[in-house]
Design a protein around this ligand. Sequence first.
Ligand code: FAD
Length: 708
Amino acid sequence: MSSAQKRIQAVKQHLTPEQKYAQAVDPVASMNEERAKASFDIRALTLLMDGGQKQTDLKEKIMQELERDPLFKMDDIHDISKSELRERTMEKFRSMLHYLQNESVETFKKRMEIVSLIDPGFWTRFGVHYGLFVGALQSNATSGQLGYWFEKGALSLSNFVGCFAMTEIGHGSNVPGLETTATFDEASDQFIIHTPTLTATKWWIGGAAHSATHAAVFAQLIVKGKRYGTKCFVVPLRDPKTYNTLPGINIGDIGKKMGRDGIDNGWIQFTHVRIPRGYMLQKHTKVSRAGHVKEPKLQQLASRVTMVADSGHFSKKALSIAIRYAAVRRQFAGSNANGIETKLLDYPIHQRRLMPLLAQTFAMLFTGTEMTDMYNIMMSRLDGAKEGDEDLDEVIEILKETHSTSAGLKAFCTWNCLNTIEACRQACGGHGYSAYTGLAQMYQDFAVQCTWEGDNTILTLQLGRYLISCYRDALNGKKLSPGVGYLNNLDNLIGKKCQVKSLEELLSPEVIIEGWQVVCANVVRNAGIEFEENLKKGLQPDDAYEQCSQSRLYAAKLHSFGYLFNRFADGVSKISGSVHDILIKVCLLYGLYSIEENAGAFLQYEYFTPAQIEFVRSSVNKLCAEVREQAIPLVDSFNLSDYIINSPLGRKDGNVYVHYFEQVKRSNPQGEHPYFNRLIKPLIERDIGGGDYEDEEAGLESEDEDDE
Ligand SMILES: Cc1cc2nc3c(=O)[nH]c(=O)nc-3n(C[C@H](O)[C@H](O)[C@H](O)COP(=O)(O)OP(=O)(O)OC[C@H]3O[C@@H](n4cnc5c(N)ncnc54)[C@H](O)[C@@H]3O)c2cc1C
């Protein structure tokens, strides 16, 4: 028993039964009781997950600054209108410039990571300029062009706010199918940007409706009548002094959305808008003064690794609310409980609903960190590489793998996170439906992550395509990069069966890793065989891929889950002590839960027998109960302040009812009835004839007669 638990025990011995009851059901006492169970150093886990003391200090400093900043007031956010929200968002936008100009890039990135958790709508408004617009410049501009646009104000936001105009009302995922044209006019050395049809209208463009002065426009490059595909062009939209739109530019607001209303998404049409040739970003494809087009040798690689970590961060916030609430919310008393109702967290079913999601959150966080590190290392190796360098091929292979795997992981992690938010909302019962408890808005704000930056289904299919090509390369003897390395080992994996005979033997990361490798090898091979058969039937490769899209998607799904477990297990293997002891349980819970969720594949490919799947199920139950004991310390290790969580149900002190009631009263002050005289009075006082109820006994007469 810990010293805190001993102290609680000593105090309890001197209480009357009434006091004991009151204390037993007191939410604050319940929370303290849970916190006292910590079997590991909570701070050590926080430091580990944040990446060290310096990172945690920085995070805490930023959380405090934001909490004290009146512009970042969040407790009334649920009751303000779209226009107020947009205006307030712009005020925050302005205030961020101070930090942008005075902080290092790393510190500012951390600030934005925290801001995204507090106010996703604001983060998007800022992110559209710095993430998407500046990101488009960085990916597509030559270094000279980048310097030019930075000097024009793109970095400092002076006379400049950018937006990112790729999607059209008629096309989103199919970027090559975009209809906006950019036709080179040799005579004037200009491009003519044009919206030829209604379906070519740029749509959903964040910041276009009211904020942006410039857009990174994706349009079909046409030179001397020939089309060269979709390229990126900077197009001025508004006069930065007057904010009037420039000639040929039509802009409108697309209005209210499911969430993130702080950002002004808009539509744009271009009517023969002329821009200098130099406004086409020419890092990859180049168009000369004479109209010669030079196309790039290397395919561009993008990565979505940050969205894996983002999914982990939003899941942390949702679970902080649902798990803290479950630790203090009580319903129904057990037969031996002296009338003291049971904490939700003590119900095995409630543990089943939340503990695997907690484990999944750690899996996403570990994977996000590991992938980001790997991506950064590879990018700096690529940037420093010269043509002919020996390791260039290896770096490109690993980057291709990171690119494809991060596409699939973006999809499954954002789906996981959205499901986690909804599961948390339901786990909070009726109060989960109140705007003030935060989960409803979180769901609405997060949902778009499954659609933008690549629709999840499309991204998953991309990963499936990559896996098939890896399978074919492996058959041809090519050594694959580590994440898909199991495809070099097909002979061993196909048909392999698990040998465990007991529950204990199953509790091993190695067994789980092997299991995932076996099913992944099988499903990727099946997709590959199906693809080959389609080719043999005479289909073109694209059509052959299309015909096996179900198998591709399935292969990508299992590969992504297997990958998540691998990264998590790898991360945990590097840790020691009491933090390791709890994380290994969490890791095994995640691994076995994800197997259980995909039990069909493990049975189909006979890695597990039905009896072994029963072991898996029992182990998940057992691990849920064990992790439940540490649930509050684990949530505490997320180290999100009450301000960031912004939900009375997720309060660290556990005093949920007091905070909830205060919030509801504060946000809904009782005044004069707003529409009694105009609507209710005439309704209830209308004359319907014979309505004199004064002498009646409200329906009791007949019962009284029976009594006589
Ligand atoms: C809030 C919000 C903000 C946005 N901000 C911006 C912005 O600032 N700039 C910008 O350019 N865009 C923006 N977008 C657009 C976003 O990037 C697109 O909505 C997204 O890329 C999906 O494209 P789409 O809407 O055309 O869907 P579609 O591509 O039409 O997809 C519709 C459905 O069909 C499925 N589908 C499509 N093709 C296939 C296929 N080949 N095989 C199987 N299934 C398929 C998809 O999975 C999806 O379920 C924003 C969107 C939202 C919702």
